[in-house]
Write a protein that binds this ligand. Structure first.
Ligand SMILES: [Zn+2]
Ligand SMILES: [Zn+2]
Length: 339
């Protein structure tokens, strides 16, 4: 089968690789129909995280079930599903607690399309077939009314933006939310969507990027064009999405005393963190990966009811045969559709 593969820094190629097969009765084989590019993919392709040889690309998709093991319940061949990007068993203590990003059955970072991080190749969704090791834990069926392209990023980035805001608004309803965007472009925009949908008091979006600012405004946020210098005001909930020291410092300065500071960033280098200030102001600092499999049953119904519309963040859709070029080019949210 064909697999979009990063073979060297900034080099993406289609390679012919063996098809995966069912290896246990809890597995599924899924054919990706629409694949979204995650905010980290361009970082991986560029080699900013050192490569360990060629690796399969893609870890966000809506796909169609092609085969199922005998022990899988409640799913059918031919059904469309969102695939969680992290491997998780659904049965261990961590999975039972909702911490599916750190399933006890797998080493950390056991994800599709991220071999540079884990050192293990789990396959990539930009291919004709992927193996899903625990189908009941990792697949979320979609209603026929839902469009595959619009939901392609729900495997990861949509969930990441959602969990950055939803639990905090649940605890502090009506809070004002600031999203600070200084890195990967789509996660902060999904956070904006969530804050607007879940009834934040106000939603502001800080960035230097004109295209992101315009899209955030369309999604219902007030755009704050900033060089991350002077702080506009303080907010009860601040989402920091990016990896620059200036952005992090700005986001911290914008957080109210006793406010919530949520980071959604994977930092490549050590970052300065003024713990004395966090202590004095009582800022509550949250950081960690999203728990994809645990979040899917919460987020997909919100999309089905029209409360979240992730398709509004998609800025470019290309066909399968154009993926090689498109995967390396800038776009807020790229989706590749199987032709
Ligand atoms: Zn990702
Ligand atoms: Zn588990």
């Amino acid at each position: 089968m064909r697999q979009l593969t990063c073979t060297a820094p900034d080099r993406v190629e289609w390679l012919e690789v063996p098809e995966p097969r069912l290896e246990s009765d809890e597995q599924a084989l899924v054919r990706p129909l629409a694949v979204a590019r995650c905010d980290i993919d361009r970082i991986l392709i560029a080699g900013l995280i050192p490569h360990r040889g060629p690796f399969a690309l893609g870890h966000e998709c809506v796909g169609e079930i092609v085969a199922l093991g005998d022990a899988v319940r409640g799913l059918e061949v031919g059904q469309r599903v969102v695939v969680a990007f992290q491997s998780s068993c659904g049965k261990c203590r961590s999975c039972a607690a909702g911490y599916t990003a750190n399933c006890d059955a797998y080493p950390v970072l056991s994800d599709y399309g991220m071999q540079p991080l884990s050192g293990v190749e789990y396959g990539g969704m930009m291919s004709d077939l992927i193996r899903v090791p625990f189908a009941n834990a990792m697949l979320q069926p979609l209603a026929p009314s839902l469009d595959s392209v619009s939901l392609a990023s729900v495997s990861d980035n949509v969930l990441d933006g959602y969990r950055a805001v939803a639990p905090h608004l649940r605890e502090r309803p009506g809070s004002d939310v600031l999203v600070v965007s200084h890195g990967g472009p789509s996660i902060p925009l999904y956070a904006v969507q969530t804050a607007v949908a879940l009834g934040a008091g106000s939603v502001d979006f800080a960035s230097v990027d004109e295209e992101c600012l315009a899209l955030a405004e369309k999604l219902g946020a007030r755009p704050l064009r900033t060089d991350f210098g002077r702080r506009p005001r303080r907010y009860g909930i601040v989402v920091d999405a990016g990896t620059t020291a200036a952005g992090l410092d700005f986001a911290l300065r914008c957080t109210e005393p006793e406010g919530i500071f949520q980071s959604v960033s994977f930092y490549l280098t050590p970052m300065p963190m003024p713990l004395g200030k966090l202590y004095t102001l009582g800022l509550r600092f949250f950081i960690g990966r999203c728990h994809a499999a645990a979040l899917l049953p919460e987020v997909v119904p919100l999309i089905e009811r029209g409360r979240l519309r992730p398709g509004e963040v998609t800025t470019r859709v290309v066909g399968w045969d154009d993926a090689r070029e498109a995967f390396a080019e800038p776009a807020i949210k790229l989706v590749v559709e199987r032709s």
